[in-house]
Design a protein around this ligand. Structure first.
Ligand code: 26Q
Length: 812
């Protein structure tokens, strides 16, 4: 899109006036933000219409990315960037005495996700639009996103995230496109002319209203759509029946019970508890999404049996996997296709990505609960199961195998198995992860369907995570190698030639320092803590989970602290350890770990004998917008999960792209980062995959042996319960027990010594500034391969079989 500065300024002033009857001098910052957002959406609307028109005119295959989570973050800055008018807006506003940065800060993050999986969905939307791929998001418009985290006295406190309180300038409510979703009731079966008909009676209807958000491609006129569904009562305000009988509270209760379906995001990404509301959420958006897809497909007048040529539904983990049975229902009950035809179409339409191998995160639904809420869908799942079991039996003649692979077994429906059986593609999210799925977790299925399985290593959008969040680095890169990398991020590799160029490295250094300085000023203002911008910024930001091993990080810090106490002249580069992490509200151990980090931070930061060299900061409320600030400052990226447990990780890629050096286990995508940059440009430590697997198989790990044989560890672990941390002895007793009595599930004690050594190595590498900057440059150079553009190209080519559509600029 094109607009000149003068027009932009006028448009902006006019918006302020038409929306609020205000001018620049009388308007609040919030009104200025809202007016700007509304103007930017208007600028995008022509492209949005063109894109939609062109997609339907040309009958192009559409991808629908079904996800319970879209962790979009803020849109103002990235929308302006993608429209290609960032400088115009920034300068224009500046001339009006307004800071664009400041307005961007007023936007509430759309925190409609827990972490990696939700953020991946957001990066994918950005990449699909930017590559001109007709791909859209389909999900839930939660009234409340992931909770806001406050730290009170070192503990996490959760506050509801009322992200819509100031309105949402980006969305458009499309009441005209609402559909009805049916829950509960009974299904009766009738036969007519040799065909079975199913009638769903006494169900509870819920109105699903879509809200559309434009997803703007980078300077390519493409504007795709993220459609999020909101649950409402059919009778708009109240249950009119109860209302007219004077049963007011019943009427209101009914309204709230319906609306609760899209009210909150489940804040847990680890242990699954089979709550009926969660299943309601899943079926709610899946059913609504598929209805709207089928409706728009039917408008093209093409026969239903060809829909697989024009529609791909991608299932983001098992959460939307009821889509398989729901699509079967539509094709059979509504479109009157036979089972075999419906099945062949469904499996060609659906594709599934697996994001986890942790057993406790695999979704299973109790049959009784499922059947009651979704009676017809249950019948279909049962039929899919029976037919599949028969196939397995025919192939292997082995009932035990059938039992192991059954979709419905031991009282539960195994959603991963349903997703595999009902899709034409099953992918893992990093090479190692896919390998583990194939050889272990899903081995039986891999043997049965070898061709379905494939790997698609995750990626991140370099537009948000480099161009937008680290503009000075982006400029330096462009000044050094030209701007081809912006459209072809793999061209970042051209930077390799400059990895030994002193003048380039000096500039790289200056940019990092500037970012760090800006961040420390913010910390000073907000928390009144002074941080040395010349210290090493060592950052671990991600969800808090035992397998991610924030504990290991804390133990190294305590070790360093004790060493410094013993020898205050210890020659180390000053270091600041940053943590950012939300714990699931019911995850007790994770919450204790937050308290531990804050307790250690308090001790260290208030000990003047060490705090010139060592500081620890827990950053409250880690979120997409905070990530955009901290990642460009990082010198060291902590990716220290127990090997085999982190499916991929995506934070690791963001840090690398911003020039941090990674300290890592060979887990998830760290393996591929290591492959690219080589031994000299990453610091690897810890157990290897086979070692973890061996220990788990033989059950012969003894945490207590490591505790007994390493005096440093003993001191640290004992410190948890002997009062030396200045808190009641009971405070960290459960962490202590978890490590010793419960045998340290994630091998923190085992990897401790190796990790300390790796951290020493970081210290000495950093001391050689020139070498460090060379490593940093090499990491940036290789990071282009981890752009989600690359990932999406692979999905498009190998799973969706689709190419880009060139959206023409057309003015109406
Ligand atoms: C499921 C049922 C009930 C309640 C919650 C859930 C639930 C919600 C979210 C289960 C899992 C999640 C999120 C998982 C997740 O974020 N996984 C991460 O996905 C990233 C993208 O592929 C990977 O990089 C990470 O390694 C992986 O942990």
């Amino acid at each position: 899109m094109f607009v000149d500065k003068k027009t932009f300024k006028n448009d902006f002033k006019k918006k302020l006036m038409t929306l609020y009857a205000e001018d620049i001098d009388t308007s609040s910052k919030l009104h200025q933000y809202l007016a700007l957002g509304s103007l930017i959406k208007e600028y995008a609307s022509q492209g949005w219409m063109n894109t939609n028109n062109q997609y339907s005119r040309q009958a192009r295959k559409q991808i629908y990315y079904f996800s319970m989570e879209f962790l979009i973050g803020r849109l103002l800055g990235s929308n302006i960037l993608n429209l290609g008018i960032y400088d115009i807006c920034k300068e224009g506003l500046y001339e009006l005495n307004i800071s664009l940065d400041e307005l961007e800060e007023l936007e509430n993050d759309a925190g409609l996700g827990n972490g990696g999986l939700g953020r991946l969905a957001a990066c994918f939307l950005d990449s699909m639009a930017s590559l001109g791929i007709p791909g859209h998001g389909c999900g839930i418009r939660y009234g409340y996103g992931l909770f806001e985290q406050k730290i009170v006295n070192g503990y996490q406190v959760e506050i509801p995230d009322n992200w819509l309180r100031d309105g949402n300038v980006w969305e458009v409510r499309r009441e005209d496109k609402a559909v009805i979703v049916k829950f509960g009731g009974e299904v009766t079966m009738n036969e007519k002319d040799g065909r079975l008909y199913f009638e769903h009676k006494n169900y509870e209807p819920v109105l699903a209203v879509p809200y559309d958000t434009p997803i703007i491609g980078y300077k390519n006129n493409t504007v795709n759509t993220m459609r999020l569904w909101s649950a409402e009562t059919i009778d708009k305000d109240f249950d009119l029946d109860s209302f007219s009988k004077g049963q007011y509270s019943k009427a209101v209760e009914h309204k709230y019970s319906i609306e609760s379906i899209s009210q909150v995001l489940y804040p847990d990404d680890t242990r699954i508890d089979g709550k009926i509301l969660r299943l309601k959420q899943q079926y709610f958006f899946v059913c609504a999404g598929l209805k709207s897809i089928v409706r728009s497909y039917k408008k093209t007048g093409r026969p239903m049996r060809e829909i697989y040529k024009y529609v791909q539904v991608h299932i983001n983990d098992t959460h939307p996997s009821v889509a398989i049975a729901e699509f079967m229902r539509i094709l059979m009950d509504e479109e009157l296709l036979s089972w075999d035809d419906a099945w062949s179409i469904t499996t060609r339409v659906m594709a599934y990505t697996n994001h986890t191998i942790l057993a406790e995160a695999l979704e299973k639904w109790p049959i009784e609960l499922f059947k009651k809420l979704l009676p017809r869908i249950f019948m279909i799942v049962s039929e899919i199961n029976e037919r599949f079991c028969k196939e397995v039996y025919e192939k292997y003649n082995d009932l035990e195998k059938v039992h192991k692979m059954a979709i419905v077994s031991d009282g539960f429906i195994n959603m991963a198995y349903l997703a595999i059986v009902g899709s034409h593609s099953v992918n893992g999210v990093a090479k190692l992860h896919t390998e583990i799925l194939k050889t272990r977790e899903l081995h039986n299925f891999f043997e049965f369907y070898p061709k379905k399985f494939n790997n698609k290593t995750n990626g991140i959008t370099h537009r948000r995570w480099l161009i937008k969040s680290n503009p000075n680095l982006a400029s330096l890169i462009t000044n050094t190698i030209g701007d081809k990398w912006i459209y072809s991020p793999e061209r970042l590799i051209d930077l390799l030639k400059f990895a030994k160029d002193e003048s380039f490295k000096e500039k790289l250094h200056d940019i990092k320092q500037k970012n760090k300085l800006k961040f420390t000023e913010m910390i000073q203002r907000k928390y009144n803590i002074s941080v040395d911008p010349n210290s090493i910024f060592d950052v671990q930001v991600k969800r808090l989970h035992a397998y991610k091993r924030q504990l290991l990080n804390v133990f190294n810090i305590l070790n360093l602290y004790y060493k410094l106490k013993e020898n205050p002249n210890l020659n180390i580069v000053p270091r600041t350890f940053f943590f950012g992490a939300k714990a699931a509200p019911g995850y007790y151990l994770a919450k204790r770990t937050i308290k531990l980090i804050n307790t250690v931070a308090d001790i260290i930061n208030n000990d003047s004998s060490v705090n010139e060299k060592l500081k620890v900061l827990f950053l409250e409320n880690y979120s997409v917008s905070l990530a955009e600030k901290i990642i460009p400052c990082a010198d060291v990226s902590e990716q220290i999960s127990t090997t085999t447990k982190e499916a991929s990780g995506t934070g690791n890629m963001k840090f690398m792209m911003n020039g941090a050096i990674t300290i890592a286990t060979l887990d998830g995508a760290n393996v591929e980062i290591h492959e690219k940059v080589g031994d000299d440009n990453i610091v690897i430590f810890g157990m290897k995959k086979d070692e973890v697997i061996e220990y788990e198989k033989n059950k012969n790990y003894r945490a207590v042996d490591f505790y007994n044989s390493d005096a440093r560890l003993k001191r640290i672990v004992d410190g948890l319960i002997n009062g030396s941390l200045g808190v009641p002895k009971s405070e960290f007793e459960d962490i202590y027990k978890y490590l010793l009595a419960n045998n340290d599930e994630f091998f923190v004690l085992k990897d401790f010594s190796d990790y300390v050594e790796a951290q020493d190595k970081i210290n000495s590498l950093y001391s050689d500034k020139s070498k460090w900057l060379e490593m940093s440059a090499i990491n940036i150079a290789h990071s282009g391969d981890f752009s989600s553009d690359n990932t999406i190209k692979n999905y498009a080519k190998e799973i969706w079989h689709i190419g880009p559509v060139n959206i023409r600029l057309k003015k109406n």
